[in-house]
Design a protein around this ligand. Sequence first.
Ligand code: M6R
Length: 608
Amino acid sequence: MCGIVCYVGKEEAKPVLLGGLKHLEYRGYDSAGLAVQHEDDVDYCRSVGRIVDLERKTDSMVIKGTCGIAHTRWATHGEPSEENAHPHRDQDENVYVIHNGIIENHDFLKKKLGKAGIVFRSQTDTEVLAHLIASHFDGDLNEAVRKTMSQIEGTFGLAVIHRHVPGQIVVARRGSPLVIGVGEDGYFAASDVSAMVRYTKKVVHLNDNELAILSRDGYSISTAQAQSVERATETVEWEPEDAELAGFPHFMLKEIFEQPETLRNAMRGRLEIGEGVPKLGGIVPVWERLKECRHLVVVACGTSYYAGCAGMYIFEKLTEVDVQVELASEFRYRKLNFPPDTFIIALSQSGETADTLAAIKEAKRKGAGLLGIVNVVGSSIARATEAGIYNHAGPEIGVASTKIFVSQLAILTLLALLIGRHQNLSLTDGVGAIKGLLALPDQVQKILSQDNHIRAIAEKYYRCNNWLFLGRKYGYPIAMEGALKLKEVSYIHAEGYAAGEMKHGPIALICPEMPTVAIIPQDAMYEKMASNIQEIKSRKGPVIAIATEGDHQIKELADDVIEIPATLDYLNPILSVIPCQLLAYHCARLLNRDVDKPRNLAKSVTVE
Ligand code: M6R
């Protein structure tokens, strides 16, 4: 999705802005631009393609000044082109604006401005902002932005400079993330802290309907109603190196290999083996209500949704709570009707997914309690929920989510265990769960050591255009996640199915050219899965089985086997997803795909 970086301070802005944009590349974009204010002028450049293309273009230009704004665009209104790239200008080229989000009433505003003689240069919704701000400007840029905010419907994180307002940036937000960075030698604003963590770890989050003025001497925040806001800074907990490759060829591979540590971080300080009860400080504020709750709704999108689906089975195993899992994009428009003691759990890596955010706001309106399981500290979902649990997984840069999935599963297990132990889960089962959880990091490491074997399997099948992933119960969400991973990074068509559904349609697809990945650990579903594999084999479909170590029968049945260590049935998803991630990664590499930035995808989906 679009990215924003702003800087005002003592240093030249151009290198700071370009450096910041490079750290936002992972979010996905198609064009980029920047504008730098100095004296009574603005230097400005835009380019289609990568940040290096913008950088190359700026090399032959004079871009001077210590106050500037920069943007990566992910097209929503108008094709990726230089004209549609940000910053956008008003008619007189005084106002320069960058924007994330969608101006929903831009058609109406465009017509109105058109009648007043404004000629639009782009097809974007953003351009109306430049013209509106210019029309309200009478020397006070902050006021002009404030007045513009009152005319806009939709979502925005925006930043503005003005040719005749030296050394000042005005930023504002409604629905799209915006964070201010407090540096030694200047001030920053960005849609994502990774753009500025090299310069500062002290940040202040803007809330919806707030604006801020940044200058080299400081910043001030106010509301859309012109009330001044005091807010303490927070400290970002990760290091700049966390957002670097550390010798891996891609972030996706690095993050897959980080998973033993990701699991340790998700559990650190949260496990008490003696009582078989985890400690989750983040939910203390709602615990009295939560422990009595009999109905939970998990809302999420994409990979987080599949983690929620696996979480449902884990809750079913460990608690008496009735759990429902919903795609946030559907849930937000449903007629919501749930019991009064319902809690919503929002699962999100970024904490900025627009549909998930909207879904929890709607649920809150209907009286549900709100919990967040979020990776990005201080993100919109983290702040919109009453209480929550952070993943502490560090930045996930690869567009394809990997490490966050296992982290979400570990945390959902801890939460289920906590509630379950309050209900009727025995001490023995509680202690068993904790032992199972503690063994996971080493077990994941063991699976990762089979990377070469998994790559060899990918080499055998990567030319197949269609794949099927099958699983039952705990394996079903892994089948869906495995198929999502493969399609998003390799562009191979893949279907994730509940194996029991195979006879109801997908079996028609089975042929020698269509591999099936069968999730078949040693659990109560084993025999049923084995029958599904036999059905595929008798139709000459190749089968790659993800099975428990020591399973000799599976070697007779499947063409290829990837072994996972034995664990508790409900912890199997955390192990069986790893081979799926590696298969997807290797197929994508063999097909020469841009693994970390797959086409058309964005890391955090901040528009509907
Ligand atoms: O940041 P979130 O966890 O809310 O993101 C949800 C999805 O957008 C995300 O999982 C997406 O599906 C990824 N591309 C999956 O790899």
